[in-house]
Write a protein that binds this ligand. Structure first.
Ligand SMILES: C[S@@+](CC[C@H](N)C(=O)[O-])C[C@H]1O[C@@H](n2cnc3c(N)ncnc32)[C@H](O)[C@@H]1O
Length: 223
């Protein structure tokens, strides 16, 4: 069993400003752990987490894959970037954190280079306006407000993730049942040629959480 990263350096003041790891985070760790052999065998070079928050998930995958991988993290919330950086340090994983929305300034440099993309997005269904204001505020409210059907923020990233993935790349996404999992899977296949599987799912209180893994669908060559 791979240990949960040490978060003892983070305080209640940090969690007033940054998303505190919760059931979704821990399900995400369990999903990565269940894929550990495939992840190692794919010999990744670059891992990118969008919305790294406390840095728990990137530090965890850093413990799995070791120091030969470049770990990039982004978060729209500057305090989350500071927490991710310190959590990496606390767990001896070197995390490069960028305070930005999604991977916007990195897109051209990382085009088809990223082997592992991770995103636990703000997935809670809210009013459109609430998600919009939360994204503008770049504060902790941006950790959960997902707009109509909870997909407003996620959908923006789903439009671009294919451009980041390497040929062997895999993309892990946290989603809620209300986000309409079959529709996400169908759309990603039809529009972006990304096939997917549910790696894990779990009920946690009122939430039914899913971890999806997307990979590029290979062309079948027929003679
Ligand atoms: C549900 S929290 C997940 C945090 C952490 N990855 C975890 O699993 O505990 C969502 C994170 O996404 C960040 N976020 C929201 N919108 C974002 C955006 N447009 N670009 C980058 N990060 C964003 C939030 O600030 C928050 O840290």
């Amino acid at each position: 069993m791979i240990p949960t990263p040490d978060l003892s350096h983070l305080t209640s003041e940090d969690y007033a400003l940054t998303y505190e790891p919760a059931e979704d985070t821990f399900l995400f760790l369990d999903a990565l752990e269940s894929d550990v052999e495939d992840l190692k065998n794919s010999r990744p070079l670059i891992c990118l987490e969008i919305g790294s928050g406390s840095g728990c998930v990137s530090s965890f995958i850093g413990q799995i894959l070791g120091p030969s991988v470049l770990y990039l993290c982004t978060d729209i919330n500057p305090h989350a970037c500071r927490c991710s950086q310190s959590t990496g340090k606390q767990n001896k994983v070197s995390l490069e954190c960028v305070n930005t929305s999604f991977a916007s300034p990195l897109m051209s440099r990382l085009r088809h280079q990223v082997d592992v993309v991770l995103f636990n997005p703000p997935y809670v269904p809210t009013e459109y306006e609430e998600a919009h204001i939360a994204q503008q505020a770049k504060s902790i409210s941006g950790a959960w407000a997902g707009g109509y059907d909870g997909m407003q923020v996620t959908n923006t990233f789903l439009e671009t993730v294919k451009d980041l993935l390497s040929d062997k790349g895999r993309f892990y996404l946290v989603a809620l049942k209300q986000n309409n999992i079959p529709e996400i899977q169908r759309r990603m296949l039809d529009e972006h040629n990304l096939e997917s599987e549910v790696v894990l799912q779990r009920r946690a209180g009122r939430e039914h959480l899913f971890i999806l893994r997307f990979t590029i669908k290979k062309k079948v060559i027929t003679s």
